[in-house]
Design a protein around this ligand. Structure first.
Ligand code: PLP
Length: 435
């Protein structure tokens, strides 16, 4: 039996850990174990999230467990973060080993594990240089500042504007909400940061029209995530690359959600044959440890000299140890091929479900293990129905339900998830054959 045999139910990339016997935790008053609507209302957390009424105590592979031992299949992976699933032994070992040695020294000193991670990222990509951050939004902030600074260093500080796209999501800082352009995230937070010109996603003529004397570059997600799993139309990224080259603009990619193996290539733009000048990544590179990075060519980064940018925590030894450990697995021979095949299996099975339940599922879209079900019922109903089947999935724009399983999912996990989605769909409407 080969390492990728469909008969395997344990992922070769996520060997199940030996674990201690599971003991049920005693209920805690006001604590996470007893979270209910009432408890949620009394929590001192700032209520910026409409949280689901679940609390998980531990995870293993693609599964999460509540304190009561209820098992959930996690096809959200903490919004595309737990790229190697939960409690991956290699990540646990890397983090605990680093935690026992050294947590933090600051960027005032060299951080060898960070230098090693930067070297590996540059060797695997278009980039010559890397800046480490703590999150996706910070990686985007660095990317935006870098694009502006490039033109300033060329003697054109007036070229500071970026063309962005409808449906985009780049984070929640003041600059990234302006870049994302969604009014619901912008309203009430004072004047919108200047310098972002939004056009329709996929319309090259609209982009061409938006280029002006102040344009610094173009910022795009190769596959929009929050926008509803919308891959850029075929040929669009190539056309953007050409437009950038013709006009001296920088192509900035946001691969925070679609990068680090999610689509079956290390980075999603690799499917198109083009390379960017700057790229923001996060989520999957930390596998659950908060980290991100801004990658760039030497030319695009030329304005970012000593003192122009910084971060206290970015690139700290804990994050770097985990980032390297994630790369150990993602760059392992056969891993991306596994993602690609798993994505095909999942999308084909979902397409069959869409045929069976046309009143629930309108379309299956996406790439690799970044898939979306465009729903005919409210997507939130579908998310709830899936949760009722103990399957975690995530709502996105355009009435889409996102499926972002850990990249280590097995065929058995996929078949299990599809069976649960079928039950969820059936609970919302009968299949056409039964009508
Ligand atoms: N860019 C994209 C494409 C994202 O999906 C996200 C988060 O969902 C971000 C940026 C922001 O990342 P973070 O929440 O880590 O700041």
């Amino acid at each position: 039996m080969g390492p990728f045999s469909p008969a395997l139910t344990v992922s070769p990339f996520h060997p199940i850990r030996q674990r201690e016997p599971f003991f049920e935790m005693p209920p805690r008053v006001g604590g996470i174990f007893a979270l209910g609507v009432r408890a949620a209302m009394i929590t001192p957390l700032l209520p910026t999230y409409a949280r689901n009424d679940f609390a998980f105590e531990r995870g293993n592979g693609a599964r999460l467990f509540t304190a009561k031992g209820e098992e959930f299949l996690d096809f959200g992976a903490g919004i595309a973060v737990a790229s190697l699933g939960h409690a991956h032994p290699h990540l646990v070992e890397a983090l605990t080993r680093q935690a026992a040695n050294l947590w933090h020294t600051s960027n005032l000193y060299r951080i060898p594990e960070g230098e090693r991670l930067a070297k590996r990222l540059t060797e695997a990509t278009f980039a010559d240089t890397v800046f480490f951050t703590n999150s996706g939004a910070e990686a985007l902030e660095c990317a935006i500042k870098m694009a502006r600074k490039f033109h300033a260093s060329e003697g054109h500080p007036e070229r500071f504007r970026l063309i962005t796209f409808e449906g985009a999501f780049h984070g929640r800082t003041l600059a990234t909400i302006a870049a994302g352009g969604q009014q619901k995230y912008i309203d009430g937070f004072g004047p919108k940061i200047e310098g972002f010109d939004q056009v329709a996603f996929g319309e090259i003529e609209a982009v061409r029209r938006a280029v002006g004397p102040e344009t610094a570059g173009i910022l795009i997600e190769p596959v929009q995530g929050e926008g509803g799993i919308r891959p850029a139309p075929s040929g669009f990224l190539k056309a953007l690359r050409r437009l950038c080259d013709e006009n001296g603009l920088l192509l900035v990619l946001d691969e925070v959600q679609c990068g680090v193996g999610r689509t079956g290539k290390l980075f999603a733009h690799e499917w198109t044959g083009i390379t960017p000048d700057i790229m923001a990544i996060a989520k999957g590179i930390g596998g659950g440890f908060p980290m991100g990075a801004c990658l760039a060519t030497k030319t695009a980064a030329k304005g970012m000299t000593a003192g122009t940018h910084g971060s206290t925590f970015g690139g700290n030894p804990l994050a770097m140890a985990v980032g390297n450990a994630v790369l150990d697995v993602v760059l392992e021979k056969g891993f991306l091929d596994h993602v690609h095949k798993a994505g095909l299996r999942l999308s084909q099975k979902l397409a069959r479900l869409a045929d069976q339940y046309p009143k629930v599922i309108e379309e299956v879209r996406g790439q690799g293990l970044m898939l979306g079900l465009k729903c005919r019922v409210p997507n939130t109903d579908m998310v709830k129905a899936c949760a009722g089947e103990h399957l975690l999935v995530i709502a996105a724009g355009e009435n889409v339900v996102r499926l972002l399983p850990p990249l280590i999912v097995t065929d058995a996990d996929i078949d299990d998830a599809v069976a649960r989605i079928e039950k969820a769909a059936a609970s919302l409407t009968p299949p056409t054959s039964e009508e």
